[in-house]
Design a protein. Structure first.
Length: 185
């Protein structure tokens, strides 16, 4: 019968709080042999680390600012920033970068739309929505889907198989109704 003992590998310095220790079987060593190198992080380890880091949520910019009119195009846009971080996983340096690949706009009236554009300020109307009824305190938000790449040590960048979604921060909007009135000049 072969007996095998296990040791816990928990790096002294880890940038990810809450990462579980890896358990690996003790390697038989001969006198003067170098200790076995720790296992390289897997794609699953990297995905968990990115989720724990949290990718930046975006805030919707609305034009006109906090009030719009029924049936008038309301311009929506967000301002994504580059995201790149380095973390230590299992004693190995890992570089991570995330790029927005799509945006899901939740209009606060039960409708949503998905785009590959973050929209732009006026006069560009890349992402718009027409509200059909007046409403107070409409919560508008944009969820961003990030494509994530990682590089272990000095290795080349690789795409993470999983896309990661960051839920956006809500912005409050009031939708008003206007009625035309005829007046004498």
């Amino acid at each position: 019968m072969i007996e095998q003992t296990f040791r816990a590998y928990c790096p002294v310095r880890t940038a990810i709080i809450g990462m579980p220790c890896m358990f690996a079987p003790d390697q038989p060593t001969s006198p003067g042999a170098a200790p076995a190198a720790p296992a390289a992080p897997t794609e699953g380890d990297i995905e968990r680390a990115v989720r724990e880091l949290g990718l930046p949520p975006l805030e919707v910019r609305i034009e006109p600012a906090t009030t719009t009119l029924v049936k008038v195009p309301t311009n929506l846009y967000a301002e994504p920033e580059p995201f790149e971080r380095s973390v230590d996983l299992l004693g190995t340096p890992v570089r991570v970068r995330a790029t927005p690949s799509s945006f899901t706009w939740h209009h606060g009236d039960g409708s949503s739309q998905r785009t590959t554009s973050a929209g732009r300020p006026y006069p560009h109307l890349d992402v718009t929505h027409r509200y059909q009824v007046p409403a107070e305190d409409v919560q508008v938000r944009v969820d961003v889907t990030y494509g994530v790449e990682y590089a272990i040590g000095d290795e080349p960048w690789q795409a993470l198989d999983a896309a990661i979604v960051a839920t956006g921060l809500p912005t409050t909007l009031t939708v008003r109704e206007a009625a035309p009135v005829l007046v004498r000049p």
